[in-house]
Design a binder for this molecule. Structure first.
Ligand SMILES: [Zn+2]
Length: 311
């Protein structure tokens, strides 16, 4: 669902009347001026606003969404039963978060609602799975569409039939992986590292340092595990990272993660496992590598595989 850079400058070019090369040069200059502190996509957005181009009122399609975008307006169909989770802030305030998936004819996007008034629309059945909805003033965080108190949500009269319900996944070789890809790859687990633990903010799931979230201030942190593995498919190897509950898909329980002995036993079962790994490819700035943040592991079904080889 990532809005790729070329699409973005194409759009700016059309809106401004300047050539794509012109826009590209301006973006390069902006990146250079900001000494690489900003992505090319981010720089392109600055260039757009300097040219007086606003995408704010424009309706976006899922395929055009780009990390960091704000004031996103989009119409989509709810294609997943919404899940509501309750949590308590450090201040003792009970709050809720709702997650679901919105789809249009170009793709689908995980969508997160933080405003209890918006969530109540779903609780009261005014909005539900299968409805087409209009979203206004949302933002894109971690490849997800986020709606806060300043966002709008309402039922849409648009009838949306041909929406894309499958996750857009491209089966890839490890050697082909690029940052930003949503990828599915078949590989073998060749290395498993000891789990590490870190604290996260209960509200936004981002890292909390000494019980402080950059956005939400002092919070009661949630302790989460991260497991690093190395995957190899014969073309190359890649580091895979699994966070929190995702680790359970490897049949590792919290007890396994907490005990060195249990972990060593389980590790033997995991090593050499071959499966399909599905996730997002992220640039790891600390190690200057490309990592796969694993969301799902699919067992290799030999019957299906034989079928697909036959056809
Ligand atoms: Zn937070």
């Amino acid at each position: 669902m990532l809005y790729n850079y070329n699409q973005l400058i194409d759009k700016i070019s059309k809106a401004s009347g300047l050539t794509v090369n012109d826009i590209d040069r301006r973006v390069e200059a902006k990146c250079a001026k900001l000494s690489g502190l900003i992505s090319k996509e981010g720089a392109a957005q600055i260039v757009a606003s300097e040219l007086g181009i606003s995408f704010e009122k424009e309706k976006m399609k899922v395929a055009e969404l780009l990390g960091g975008m704000r004031k996103v307006n989009i119409t989509g169909k709810v294609i997943q039963e919404p899940m509501i989770r309750e949590f308590t802030t450090k201040a003792g305030v009970k709050s809720k978060v709702l997650s679901t998936t919105l789809a249009d004819e170009t793709g689908n996007v995980r969508t997160v609602l933080w405003d209890t008034n918006h969530i109540k629309l779903f609780e009261d059945g005014k909005l539900k799975n299968g409805d087409s909805i209009e979203v206004g003033n949302a933002s894109i965080r971690n490849d997800e569409l986020h709606l806060g108190s300043f966002s709008e949500i309402k039922i849409s009269k648009e009838i949306m039939e041909n929406v894309i319900t499958e996750k857009r996944l491209h089966e890839k070789k490890i050697s082909e992986l690029k940052s930003g890809d949503n990828a599915r790859l078949r590989a073998v687990i060749v290395q498993v590292f000891e789990p590490r633990f870190f604290e996260t903010c209960p509200e936004c799931n981002k890292k909390a340092v000494e019980s402080r979230c950059a956005e939400h201030g002092e919070v009661m942190p949630v302790r989460k595990a991260v497991l690093s593995i190395v995957l190899d498919d014969g073309t190359e190897s890649v580091r895979g990272a699994m966070f929190g509950d995702q680790i359970k898909i490897l049949n590792l329980t919290n007890d396994d993660l907490a005990s060195e002995e249990l972990f060593t036993l389980k590790k033997r079962e995991i090593l050499g496992k071959e499966a399909f790994f599905i996730g997002n490819v992220r640039a790891n700035k600390v190690f200057n590598t490309t990592d796969l943040v694993i969301n799902e592991i699919e067992e290799i079904n030999l019957d299906n595989l034989i079928q697909s080889l036959k056809s």
